[in-house]
Design a protein around this ligand. Structure first.
Ligand code: SF4
Length: 358
């Protein structure tokens, strides 16, 4: 990224080395850039005034040439199961949302605290079951805007549960691999020991299955987990509900090759996300086809109980059908987990709040 001494630079979009270059461009030693990094990503500073270990003159300069873009929480809903969903306004005025999902033990303690973050406003992928897909693509988020969602939810987790967040999933609004550079940059910020210091193994990037980008991620290897939103086990079924599958570059044949490349290159397994829809993809034959897909490479399946979105015409698979489906998968040797819908008494499906706001 080019650092120009004359423009008001958004410091929240810069890496540590870029902040060092920025400090030097303004006559400061490089370590001032590192101090800036610590304030922005380790202490969550939102003003230059609070950066008390920086010289006053430098803080005044920063006020003229730089800015700290932050997201603003405009609505916070909490469900009875303690899932919390935040609606945030970006500097552009557009809205995104993120969710804090606590995994509560019987004694009331939070075992895991997962944050689901957005990477784009809206989404170009147009999956027919998704509220965000209705919005179309509007903008990419900066690394700082992704970081801020986690920072906000981490603060909320500390307040409500007395412990920091433990996991991050890029499963909110948008297709993360279409905002590739900023997503990778945000992972750098989140895992930096002077930022939130999270382990990459606790971060999952979820993609609709963009084959070329999956290979790029394998090569860049940020050491995070990869989840692929499969949702249907054959090309015909998948193309019907996920337009991305209609292109040869991103159909199941391309996906298979990319996933094999990914698992061979990184040595990590892949998780297939499979949202269950009544009568669409939840039959016993579908389970058999899904088991074939799982056989492509080391992988497991996460079945998701759908949170219905009004007007889209999909409904959640009944429990009995879910059990038949699981039985078939397990008989075929597939590792399966089930994700129950959380926060059902709030607008918990991806994009619902922001769609309403839009
Ligand atoms: S499910 Fe994900 S990829 Fe598909 S439209 Fe929604 S946000 Fe985009």
């Amino acid at each position: 990224m080019e650092i120009r001494a004359t423009s008001r630079t958004n410091l929240k979009a810069l890496h540590r080395d870029e902040l060092e270059a920025f400090a030097q461009a303004h006559g400061q030693p490089a370590y001032r850039g590192r101090q800036l990094f610590q304030w922005l990503f380790g202490k969550g500073a939102t003003t230059f005034a609070e950066m008390t270990n920086l010289p006053k003159a430098f803080r005044a300069t920063l006020g003229e040439v730089a800015q700290i873009e932050t997201i603003v929480c405009t609505q916070l809903q909490t469900a009875t199961d303690q899932t919390a969903k935040g609606l945030f306004q970006l500097a552009s005025g557009r809205h995104i949302e993120s969710v804090l999902i606590p995994d509560i033990e019987p004694n009331g303690d939070a075992r895991r605290l997962t944050v689901c973050v957005s990477s784009q406003v809206g989404c170009a992928m147009g999956c027919t079951f998704c509220a965000t897909g209705l919005m179309g693509f509007q903008q990419n988020l900066t690394a700082g805007e992704i970081f801020d969602q986690v920072w906000f939810m981490n603060t909320l987790a500390l307040e409500r549960f007395g412990k920091p967040i433990s996991n991050i999933v890029f499963m909110g609004m948008g297709e993360p691999l279409l905002n590739y550079d900023n997503v990778l940059r945000s992972i750098d910020l989140l895992t930096d020991a002077e930022g939130l210091g999270l382990s990459p193994r606790r971060i999952t990037v979820s993609t609709v299955g963009l084959a070329r980008r999956i290979k790029q991620l394998a090569d860049d290897n940020p050491r995070v987990n990869l989840a692929v939103s499969l949702h249907a086990p054959t090309d015909a079924q998948r193309s019907a509900i996920m337009p991305v599958n209609r292109a040869a570059a991103t159909d199941l044949t391309a996906l298979k090759e990319a996933i094999q490349y990914y698992t061979n290159t990184t040595g990590r397994l892949v998780t297939y996300e499979y949202c269950m829809f009544t009568g669409v993809n939840d039959g016993v034959d579908d389970a058999r086809h899904l088991a074939e897909v799982v056989g492509w490479a080391p992988s497991k399946v996460n079945l998701i109980m759908y949170n219905p979105v009004e007007g889209l015409g999909f409904s959640r698979t009944p429990e009995a059908q879910l059990h038949r489906f699981i039985k078939t998968l397990v008989a075929a040797g597939v590792t399966v987990t089930v994700r129950r819908s959380r926060g059902q008494d709030i607008d918990a499906a991806c994009g619902q709040l922001a769609v309403k706001e839009g």
